[in-house]
Design a protein around this ligand. Sequence first.
Ligand code: SF4
Length: 337
Amino acid sequence: MERILEVSNLSVSFHTYAGEVKAVRGINFSLDKGETLALVGESGCGKTVTAKALMRLNPEPPGDIKEGSSVKFDGEEVLNMSKERLKKLRGAEISMIFQDPMTSLNPTMKIGDQIAESLKIHNKLNKKESLDRAAKMLETVNIPEPKERINNYPHEFSGGMRQRVMIAMALACNPKILIADEPTTALDVTIQAQILELLKNLQSTMNTAIILVTHDLGVVANFADRINVIYAGQIIEEGTTEEIFYEGEHPYTWALLSSVPRLDIESKKELYSLGGTPPDLLLPLEGCPFASRCRYCMGICREKMPPKTEISENHSVTCWLKHPSAPRIEKPDLLRR
Ligand code: SF4
């Protein structure tokens, strides 16, 4: 597959009155054309900051992408791009949809005009051409009577339809990468499934690569090709979706998996809830960032950051349990197929 994005040693800090918050700490990953990668972790773990850094959307200042970071889009360094080049990149080559479509759409503008706006800028279409294309995009995302609906305002659509409009807007210029940041969190469960299916179908026809940002491993099960599990601004486990779900090796991955409802395993147990809180990112990290919440924590975990262990071509984990001299532990049975 052809590579479209290469992220190396990405570190992002925020300068606050309390000090420097190191939100993202040396993240590396890549993305191929047409592939779906999920960034998974709890709120505040750095997944959205990472996703926004790919388009330089974090406000700078207080945000600060650190020296030595690199984000290469189709071979071109995003972090050195001029403002003019960045404007072209955003929306036309990489676009993003957000969690709550109501706050992302302009309530005072007709939907057609909102979709047409980026087409006028990036594709140099005139008003009629861009409105025709906007109606076509509404049809693509299964909104009935698209030619009439382009004249409606956001409040005249339901929550699920507004998210479809956001998808239409994001895909209007046929971007190479779509970043979907918690795209279904504000929707009820049946609509969530429809939106994910729609994204998947559009991806296969348009060959767009997708980065899905979510706190919910359940959402990515049938959607992503690969998963990066993020904790305290670092990738602590990465692998194919199969590897993470059935051969996950990190205790934090196990905790996330235990909180996903399963219909295929007969269990009367309550869903697991992970106690404690993530480390304060204002303070230097000593040892494993998950140590204070990990039931398998050993002496060395509090002293030294664990090394990354490669398990297969795609699968790696950062945990002392993979060290040859670590005690053998029994994996939780949630990894059963
Ligand atoms: Fe738990 Fe230690 Fe592994 Fe960290 S390194 S996840 S504390 S066992």
